[in-house]
Ligand binder design. Structure first.
Ligand code: DOR
Length: 431
């Protein structure tokens, strides 16, 4: 593998979407040239492989701290790069919730000491959160802001939401929204979980948010679970994220009380899942909402088990399975898992043109059966067990091979590579 000090990586015979075959010359973390290349210090043959710009996942919960059994920055980001993702955005419903600049600095230091990916960190929105302090300290966005309660996330009132949207609009920042309405009731099964947190409530919460947003704060709607929700958000008004679990799973054809499929917003019926996929072209991006919980926590009875599904490692592999089935195109996967999320995050896109960020994942042309035994999250289970997917063989970050056939190499991006740190600070960052 290419190590610090070696200068040039050449990816040979890359099939670029559109049909052209070219060598990609990489130096200093950037693509230098696409075309016939001279000799590199390291060369990787890409003949017969699918080379994709690596993914940016705007929605992961890396846990750690008192929740190490669920996930740590090390296990979660290894999981990400083994799934072709080199940039993750961490959510603030940590313990304690990330609501101050000091907590942000601590979180950046912790992540910096363990991460295998680049990372950004969001700030929490609560009645007493210091939004200005966190913006200046470098949060990327505010949220996911719970317009409905979830595991480790209290719902915030309309007053707090409006005040926060006004403030974030003042920074020209971004607020990310968990939109749900929840009915009281004994949570007994997956179908009942869907009933207590219905599609109608998701739509109503979105409409309420859009009405309350008189300051025209930039909004990003997380994990939209239905076609109705997608259609409620006019094109261009806010970005629309959908998770792999809402695209690939329903609450049908599984044990009705399977806690491993308990998640917020809930998995829907097969009919609603299919309708969601029919809106594929209106979905801006796919985010995993990687929310690991331990086997023991998920082993509790349904009402007690926490909501959340680990998914950062299986997200792009599942989509590549759909590419294999010719259900979606590679260009779609690149747009929705790499280009658009990178644009929203405000980082240089990964890609094949000179100046692009040299983050790639190399996929074989073969399907593999998903098995939790081969995944890297501390959760140790997956709701996709047995489903077919295409996993990357190699992942490259800033021109460095960070994952190679099951082996991991921690990236060192200092000085001569694409930045001095793995942290991607938000636009409000001031030293
Ligand atoms: O099911 C969920 N679990 N939905 C969320 O929005 C939060 C997440 C978690 O953090 O466990």
């Amino acid at each position: 593998m290419l190590e610090k000090g070696q200068e040039i990586l050449v990816l040979r015979d890359v099939l670029i979407p559109g049909g052209r075959v070219a060598d990609i010359t990489i130096s200093n973390g950037q693509v230098m040239h696409a075309g016939a290349a001279g000799k590199g210090d390291l060369e990787i043959s890409c003949r017969g492989k699918f080379v994709l710009p690596a993914g940016t996942d705007l929605h992961v919960h890396m846990r750690d701290g008192p929740q190490k059994e669920k996930e740590t920055w090390e296990s979660g980001t290894k999981s990400a790069i083994a799934g072709g993702i080199t940039v993750v955005v961490d959510q603030p419903n940590t313990i304690p919730a990330l609501t101050t600049s000091d907590l942000l600095r601590d979180r950046v230091m912790l992540a910096e000491s363990q991460a295998y990916t680049r990372f950004a960190i969001n700030g929490g929105v609560t009645s007493d959160a210091d939004l200005t302090g966190m913006w200046k300290a470098g949060v990327f966005a505010f949220g996911e802001t719970f317009a409905g309660p979830s595991s480790y996330g209290e719902a915030v009132s309309s007053e707090v939401l409006v005040k926060a949207m006004n403030q974030v609009a003042g920074f020209h920042g971004l607020m990310t929204i968990h939109a749900e309405q929840v009915t009281e009731g004994e949570d007994q099964s997956l179908a009942y979980h869907d009933h207590l947190r219905p599609v109608g409530g998701e739509v109503q919460a979105i409409q309420d948010l859009l009405t309350l947003n008189t300051s025209r704060c930039n909004l990003h709607f997380c994990h939209l679970s239905s076609a109705d929700a997608i259609r409620t958000i006019p094109e261009g008004l806010a970005s629309r994220e959908v998770t792999p679990h809402h695209l690939f799973l329903s609450y049908e054809s599984c044990d009705p009380k399977d806690t491993h499929r308990k998640v917020n917003p809930p998995l829907r019926s097969e009919k609603v899942r299919r309708e969601l996929f029919s809106c594929w072209n209106q979905i801006d991006l796919i985010g995993s909402d990687h929310a690991p919980h331990t086997k023991a926590e998920k082993g509790q009875e349904f009402a007690m088990a926490p909501s959340g599904i680990p998914g950062v490692e299986t997200m792009i592999p599942l989509l590549m399975g759909w590419v294999h089935e010719k259900k979606i195109s590679i260009a779609d996967v690149i747009a929705k898992t790499s280009s658009r999320p990178s644009e929203i995050l405000g980082i240089t896109k990964a890609g094949f043109s000179p100046g692009d960020r040299a983050d790639f994942a190399l996929y074989p042309d073969t399907l593999t059966r998903i098995s939790a035994d081969t995944l890297h999250s501390n959760a140790g289970w997956t709701p996709y067990e047995g489903m077919m997917a295409v996993f990357p063989e190699q992942t490259i970050l800033g021109g460095l091979v960070v994952f190679d056939s099951g082996d991991f190499f921690r990236p060192d991006l200092s000085d001569d590579y694409s930045g001095s740190s793995l942290w991607v600070p938000g636009r409000g960052y001031s030293l």
